[in-house]
Design a protein around this ligand. Structure first.
Ligand SMILES: *Cc1c(COP(=O)(O)O)cnc(C)c1O
Length: 359
């Protein structure tokens, strides 16, 4: 089978080798003569997958298992919008509102206490990242969205929130670059953007903070239970966890986050170079260059008709997923970790040709 060039925002591209390993495990997992879909989550063989996936996660992030736990839960990143405040909101929390997902996270948190919008870029349709923040020194936590999947902005540094615990939604740039992850008290990421298939969310929690969590909440929504039970309080999403595990092995084989980051930077530059070469034609939606995302690259063409034409002609060349999010229109190329540089090179070449034919 010839693979298409996959630029979907999520669910999204996975390494071909991971898809093949999954195919094998769907037929015969760990040589047990049963499918990964047919095996008990309590089996020794799956238990090993779970433990190793948790270990590899922390290892890639440079975090010690003495300080941090890694758990896998269902419900999508959207459930984390509620789980975070349910567990950690006592009176109030700070939220930085940089896009649609950040807005949804803040809205959900309001159900549990006071939400302080410490900064927002909604005044200009989220086309930049705020740079100054009035953090509340007495907030229970501060929440940021490190990559704004729809608007194409990405935080390059970690803000200093002082002694206030920092929480991040890293769904669309988790493990795509090096970061000082020890500055975060909780990180969550839906797997289907950069790590695996839909159906599982990776959560990294600082042990010391977990002790402060509210206890009077439903069992399934307590991080503490998932940590204590090793993500096996109930049946975890076995197949998605397996795929995430294989993807982490693939990242490790590439050379870890430094290697992945270098590759991601190279891929993103191929497309941003087109914006810079033809700014009147490929109009990047992000105002400041320093806010540009390496993962989701967003632009407009001079007219919506040209955008439709661009997406349709690209599809004929087997480049999929270039339509912008339904809420903003335009075009978007998602160039996650697993997106091969050859795909991005093909897209850049097509952009050059499309410009010449339609300028
Ligand atoms: C996709 C996305 C979400 C929502 O994820 P679900 O798993 O569909 O709930 C949340 N935050 C960010 C940054 C996303 O990109």
């Amino acid at each position: 089978m010839e693979r298409a060039h996959n630029f979907f925002a999520g669910p999204a591209v996975l390494p071909l080798s991971v898809v093949e390993e999954t195919k094998d495990a769907v037929m015969n997992f760990a040589n047990l003569g049963v499918s990964i879909m047919e095996v008990s989550h309590r089996s020794k063989e799956f238990d090993a997958v779970m433990l190793e996936t948790q270990k590899d996660t922390l290892e890639l992030m440079g975090l010690s298992s003495e300080d941090y736990d890694c758990v896998f839960v269902g419900g999508g990143a959207s459930m984390q919008f509620a789980m975070v405040p349910m567990n950690f909101m006592h009176t109030k929390a700070d939220y930085v509102v940089t896009g649609e997902w950040a807005t949804k996270a803040a809205k959900e948190a309001k159900l549990f206490g006071e939400v302080v919008k410490v900064a927002s870029s909604e005044d200009t349709n989220f086309n930049y990242l705020p740079k100054t923040f009035a953090w509340s020194p007495d907030a229970d936590y501060a929440h940021i969205t490190t990559n704004n999947t729809i608007y194409g902005t990405e935080w390059k540094t970690t803000p200093d929130t002082g002694s206030v615990p920092l929480v991040a939604d890293m769904s669309s740039n988790m493990l795509s670059r090096t970061l000082d992850f020890s500055k975060y008290s909780l990180i969550y990421a839906g797997a289907q953007k950069n790590l695996g298939p839909a159906g599982v969310v990776m959560v990294i929690i600082k042990k010391a903070w977990l002790e402060k969590a509210n206890q009077n909440i439903p069992t399934m929504l307590k991080y503490k239970i998932h940590v204590e039970k090793g993500s096996m309080y109930n049946t975890p999403p076995v197949l998605p966890v397996f795929v995430v595990g294989r993807t982490l092995k693939w990242i490790k084989a590439l050379g870890g986050l430094e290697a992945v980051e270098a590759l991601n930077a190279k891929k993103a530059a191929l497309l941003y170079d087109m914006f810079d070469a033809y700014p009147e034609f490929y109009k990047g939606t992000v105002k400041a260059k320093e806010d540009r995302s390496m993962m989701n690259i967003t632009w407009n063409l001079p007219t919506p008709e040209l955008e439709d034409k661009f997406v349709a002609e690209a599809k004929k060349l087997r480049m999929l997923g270039l339509k912008g999010h339904r809420s903003v229109g335009g075009c978007r190329a998602s160039t996650y970790n697993s997106c091969p540089i050859e795909s991005v090179q093909a897209l850049a070449k097509f952009m050059e040709e499309f410009y010449t034919a339609n300028k």
